[in-house]
Design a protein around this ligand. Structure first.
Ligand code: ATP
Length: 233
């Protein structure tokens, strides 16, 4: 469904991705793992064309989206949830969701406020509250929920478990498993191996902007030396 092929991405003269290649199949949950600064965020931004790669190709649903403006990439069905929470602090939870509303894709069931409140019950309780009144974890949930209102076919989640309370991390994992059950495809970046184990089918380990491992979580368990070499555990 998503094919990332030989991406070279730079910030100015500094090359951060070096021939980054991997694929995500329809309905899969894939975790991009790696230490701080390994290039996970840059990979997600390169896929969205927010930081356009200088070499390589991104294909999504059979279409080459390399070089497209990011809003067209989003219209093509890619939803991006950045690490920093992006909500309107003065607007209520319901109003924030309305801002994200886009028509459903062909044949797909559209997300509604009702179905999103089932996915994130905390947000239902806070529906009339202003964004700024929410906890960090609730803001993270609202950012994801607002992206889902755009009815993407694939969601890119940048460190969904980062900086939130353990009980919320558990709810987040549960929500991602629900998304998978609904048929959504998910690519998430993570430093938390425990979280990746709970939600992902496959792990892609990144170091210095290159893929060092691509396999199932079970394969990774079978090779603790890979985990020790590339992940902080
Ligand atoms: P983190 O968990 O810290 O987000 P990451 O694996 O997502 O780590 P990236 O954010 O992709 O890593 O960063 C990869 C490299 O690119 C790092 O060396 C970082 O310092 C550098 N970098 C990131 N953003 C920029 C930028 N806007 N300008 C210059 N260099 C950047």
């Amino acid at each position: 469904m998503l094919d990332v092929s030989e991406l070279d991405t730079f910030y100015g003269k500094a090359q951060v991705l070096h021939g980054m290649s991997f694929a995500v199949g329809q309905g899969e949950v894939v975790a991009l793992l790696g230490r701080n600064g390994a290039g996970k965020t840059t990979t997600l931004k390169s896929i969205m064309q927010l930081v356009p790669p200088r070499g390589g190709r991104v294909t999504f649903g059979g279409r080459d989206i390399t070089g497209w403006p990011p809003h067209r990439v989003a219209q093509a069905g890619l939803g991006y949830v950045p690490e920093e929470r992006r909500i309107f602090t003065q607007l209520s939870v319901v109003e924030n969701l309305e801002v994200g509303r886009q028509p459903p894709r062909d044949g797909a069931v559209a997300w509604t406020e009702g179905s999103l409140f089932e996915l994130f019950p905390n947000l239902a309780e806070r529906r009339r509250n202003a964004g700024k009144a929410l906890s960090g974890g609730e803001q993270q949930m609202l950012t994801i929920a607002r992206t889902l209102m755009g009815n993407p076919a694939l969601v890119l989640l940048d460190e969904p478990s980062e900086g939130i309370a353990p009980v919320i991390v558990e709810q987040m994992a549960h929500a991602i498993l629900r998304l998978k059950a609904e048929g959504l495809t998910v690519l998430l970046s993570e430093q938390n191996l425990h979280f990746a184990r709970a939600v992902a089918d496959r792990a892609v380990i990144v170091e210095h902007g290159e893929v060092k491992f691509d396999g199932t979580l079970a394969d990774l368990e079978a090779h603790p030396e890979i985990r020790d070499a590339y992940l902080s555990v």
